[in-house]
Design a protein around this ligand. Structure first.
Ligand SMILES: C[S@@+](CC[C@H](N)C(=O)[O-])C[C@H]1O[C@@H](n2cnc3c(N)ncnc32)[C@H](O)[C@@H]1O
Length: 232
């Protein structure tokens, strides 16, 4: 697989992480789910001059190798490292789970064996996102898509004891993967069932921050924003 980096999507993810690290300078130990090419986090670490430690995981071997090469060339060794492997099995038992950042795979599909398994979020697109929310981190920054059952992701976060404390949203045009016929058919079926929200080829990508504060939950507002997208 070619290492994932989409200028608009990856940079919006980077902007959300930048916002979090700038507002919370004490956040010095960060895990990353799915580094892709590593470009998005390399740009953030440079912009905010992050002096903590970011530990990325990347399932795809070629992507992990390009991320590591980029980190080396950028002089960020020791501040950002990317390990090849599965995030969920790579987490060490007993290690502190303070913060995870993620732009997870969220393509919905109906096949047993999707063409791009590393970018698949399962039948509704929300499967990996829910697993990240269930992984026991204190703070989660995660991107959620309006075409991947966003309201159920928000409900799952609440069920895991999280409060959505801040969020940003950006309308995006579907990329090459989401426009592939079998993915698009699944999105359209979900839209008819009221679990995906699109306007033609446009969808909303939100970057949410969940904490365990118990106060000021904004998930009902984001749920309304997502579920009204494309409704005329
Ligand atoms: C949507 S891409 C985002 C890449 C990068 N964070 C960005 O925004 O440019 C999701 C990435 O997660 C990786 N991935 C999928 N499942 C994973 C898993 N279980 N553990 C680690 N990485 C995974 C994919 O290979 C892919 O590179």
């Amino acid at each position: 697989m070619l290492a994932f980096y989409d200028h608009e999507e990856s940079e919006f993810y980077g902007l959300c992480v930048e916002e979090l690290l700038t507002r919370r300078p004490a956040m010095t130990h960060v895990h990353e789910f799915g580094a892709g090419s590593g470009q998005a986090m390399v740009n953030v670490i440079r912009r905010v001059d992050f002096q903590g430690r970011m530990r990325g995981f990347e399932l795809d071997e070629t992507s992990a190798a390009s991320a590591r090469e980029l980190i080396l060339q950028s002089g960020l060794t020791g501040r950002y490292d990317v390990r090849h492997g599965d995030f969920f099995t790579g987490l060490r038992p007993g290690e502190k789970r303070r913060c995870v950042v993620a732009n997870p795979p969220y393509l919905p599909h109906s096949e047993e064996l999707p063409a791009f398994p590393h970018l698949s979020g399962g039948h509704t697109g929300a499967g990996i996102s829910k697993r990240i929310l269930s992984a026991g981190f204190d703070t989660v920054l995660m991107m959620i898509s309006s075409y991947a059952d966003p309201c159920s992701v928000l409900a799952h976060a609440r069920a895991c004891g999280y409060t959505l404390t801040s969020w940003m949203v950006l309308p995006l045009r579907m990329g090459a993967f989401s426009r592939r016929p079998h993915v698009r058919r699944r999105i359209d079926a979900m839209a008819r069932a009221g679990t995906a929200f699109v306007a033609g080829e446009r969808y909303l990508l939100a970057g949410g921050v969940w904490d365990r504060t118990g106060r000021g939950d904004q998930s009902a507002v984001l749920s309304r924003v997502m579920s009204r997208f494309g409704v005329s």
